[in-house]
Design a binder for this molecule. Structure first.
Ligand code: SAH
Ligand code: SF4
Ligand code: F3S
Length: 576
């Protein structure tokens, strides 16, 4: 390829901007002829690092690529286009990316038309896009989190101008609707409800990489969720860096509790949300979580530190006491709730006493699991400028002490399920053994059990027989064939065409006009037999039949017959 074009590079000062309003953009995902003919017969691969926001971006980028005509590649060797979707939250997440970029040099050597793209949160950091562009000349496209929806245009530009492109924007971030999506799973789905973050915790890069906090319109969220329910999805996770803030930017009283309740009412079997910031967790939210059985009683409530002084320096906006008070309110309203958390060890100048307050808060709350991190300075954030007198060795030692406490409470929560029979949503065969399936309990505990692969996507009742702290072992109580048959029946009854067919059938059974016609047809049929096929009676019989067949209710039902029959054929096609 020819020279590289720098269309835009990130600017962290601009990324702090919270003044400009986000635009609501309806994307049409147009595919140029040039790109469509390039994509035909070619394959793509997306490698994602980081959080669920990036996973959802991967699905959206995959949606765009498939719209253009690319199909998903089976392996790294057989792919014609690669996107490396990066995370900037800690240094070790970044280190992995450089190795990953290096891996694809061989693909370029084999195929001069191979396309390598690097995108995501890391690109939003000052200096990174330039460094990648200088050190890895075979990278063709570098873009950030604000222009993922322009992927096809950027690919087309790359092809038409024969240029490699760097285009990373730093602005408050827009809301894009109408984006295509190729979901990675057909039973669990992520749905974005807010983008960005305005909290600016002093250690965190996310507000700079993802832009201002902005909420999607309620109707857009509901129609995405409705579609997932209709497609038979079993679980929806509502996503946002801080879901509790949902709707605040509308200034019309809309709150997270309202959207949570409306999604719960759509009837999805399992509803989750993440992440909740402890600062604006409302009582209204608690009421809704407690009220709906399909909202999982499992709340991720990042504490970060147990010390009020450290929390203050982190800019977390709550004290140890306020956090504990919230935990007490949650436990009172939702007995048996599973609480999970994120913790940072070794924030600049954290004292031993302050660290021990983190240990004691864990002992008090008794998290059912926790993500633990050693503080990683992020350039451009306020904490990165703080003097830090805690040696690395000391941070590691504290981290190990924390792991022990977290392990103890994780084990305790897992042990509480021993001997119980609990519902588990089957994720699929385990990575190590294809005869073992894994899934998640309502409290997000990993459960392994022997069973056939066709149970993927079903919610099964398992008796928990072993506890291994980070996972449990269960056994099926029912015949898997019957579980699947039941699952298929339920899914079939949820299909819009089948639902309509059954509704019309009921109306037909109850319709007086149709009942009278059917009676008359019966009588005329008897008359026809008695008259040995008299022509007049036959004509009367046929006209009555025609009247019945042309009744609008019957016609409507018959118009659905072929579709419903095809659905039945598809499900009886096997337990694949
Ligand atoms: N919005 C979410 C978290 C997003 S980042 C929230 O507020 O809970 C996920 C986790 O990464 C954070 O909860 C925090 O524990 C951790 N993290 C963020 N920045 C970090 C840093 N600079 N060093 C170490 N861990 C960090
Ligand atoms: Fe980062 Fe804090 Fe925002 Fe979470 S709430 S994304 S930790 S700034
Ligand atoms: Fe990482 Fe970006 Fe998520 S920095 S944690 S991928 S928002």
């Amino acid at each position: 390829m020819g020279k590289r074009v720098y269309e835009s590079l990130p600017d962290m000062a601009k990324a702090r901007n919270r003044v400009d309003k986000p635009n609501l953009i309806k994307d049409e995902a147009k595919v140029s002829l040039r790109l469509a003919s390039f994509a035909a017969g070619r394959h793509y691969l997306i490698k994602t690092f980081g959080c669920q926001a990036n996973v959802r971006d991967e699905e959206i980028m995959a949606g765009y690529l498939e719209k253009a005509g690319f199909s998903k590649a089976e392996s790294e060797e057989s792919t014609d286009l690669v996107i490396i979707n990066t995370c900037a939250v800690r240094e070790n997440a970044e280190d992995k990316v450089y190795g990953e970029i290096g891996k694809f040099k061989a693909n370029r050597r084999r195929d001069p038309q191979f396309i390598l793209c690097v995108c995501g949160c890391m690109m939003q950091e000052e200096g990174v896009a330039k460094k990648i562009s200088d050190s890895y000349p075979y990278v063709n496209l570098i873009f950030g989190t604000h222009n993922t929806h322009r992927l096809l245009d950027m690919l087309d530009e790359h092809l038409s101008r024969h240029k490699d492109i760097v285009n990373v924007l730093s602005h408050p971030g827009d809301i894009i609707e109408g984006m295509p999506s190729a979901r990675l799973d057909n039973s669990s789905a992520y749905v974005n409800i807010t983008y960005g973050c305005d909290k600016f915790c002093t250690y965190c890069i996310v507000p700079y990489t993802r832009g201002r906090e902005r909420s999607r319109q309620k109707e857009d969220i509901l129609s995405e969720c409705r579609e997932l329910v209709e497609q038979g999805y079993k679980q929806i996770t509502l996503l946002g860096q801080n879901v509790n803030s949902y709707g605040k930017d509308f200034h019309d009283g809309t709150s997270f509790a309202t959207i949570l309740e409306e999604v719960a009412k759509l009837g999805i079997p399992r509803l989750r949300f993440m992440t909740s910031h402890p600062w604006d967790f409302s009582d209204e939210m608690l009421e809704v979580i407690a009220k709906y059985p399909n909202i999982m009683k499992c709340i991720h409530l990042p504490v970060q530190s147990g010390s009020t002084e450290v929390l203050k320096k982190m800019g977390r906006r709550y004290t140890r006491e306020e956090y504990l008070d919230l935990v007490a309110r949650i436990k009172k309203k939702i007995p048996g709730v599973f609480l999970t958390t994120d913790i940072i060890v070794g924030f600049p100048n954290e004292t031993l006493e302050q660290f021990e307050e983190t240990l004691s808060i864990c002992e008090e709350v008794r998290y059912s699991s926790a993500f633990t991190f050693i503080y990683s300075p992020r350039k451009g954030t306020p904490a990165a400028k703080m003097k830090d007198d805690v040696p690395d060795e000391e941070k590691k030692a504290r981290f190990m002490r924390l792991l022990k406490v977290v392990e103890e409470t994780t084990n305790e929560a897992s042990a509480s399920l021993l001997g119980k029979t609990i519902p588990v949503l089957v994720d699929g065969p385990s990575k190590k053994d294809p005869n073992i399936l894994s899934g998640y309990s309502e409290g997000s505990k990993l459960v392994n059990f022997p069973g056939p692969a066709y149970l993927k996507g079903e919610i099964v009742e398992l008796k928990i027989i072993e506890n291994h702290c980070h996972y449990l072992v269960g056994e099926l109580l029912e015949d898997p064939i019957l579980i699947k048959a039941n699952g298929v029946k339920k899914a079939l009854l949820e299909e819009p065409d089948v639902k309509e067919y059954l509704r019309l059938n009921k109306q037909i059974e109850e319709n007086e006009e149709i009942k009278a016609l059917q009676e008359k047809i019966g009588e005329t049929q008897k008359k026809l037999v008695a008259s040995l096929g008299d022509a007049k009676v036959k004509a009367e019989y046929e006209s009555l039949r025609e009247k019945l067949d042309s009744h609008p209710l019957i016609q409507n039902r018959e118009s659905l017959r072929e579709g419903v029959e095809n659905l039945l054929k598809a499900v009886s096609g096997g337990l694949s």
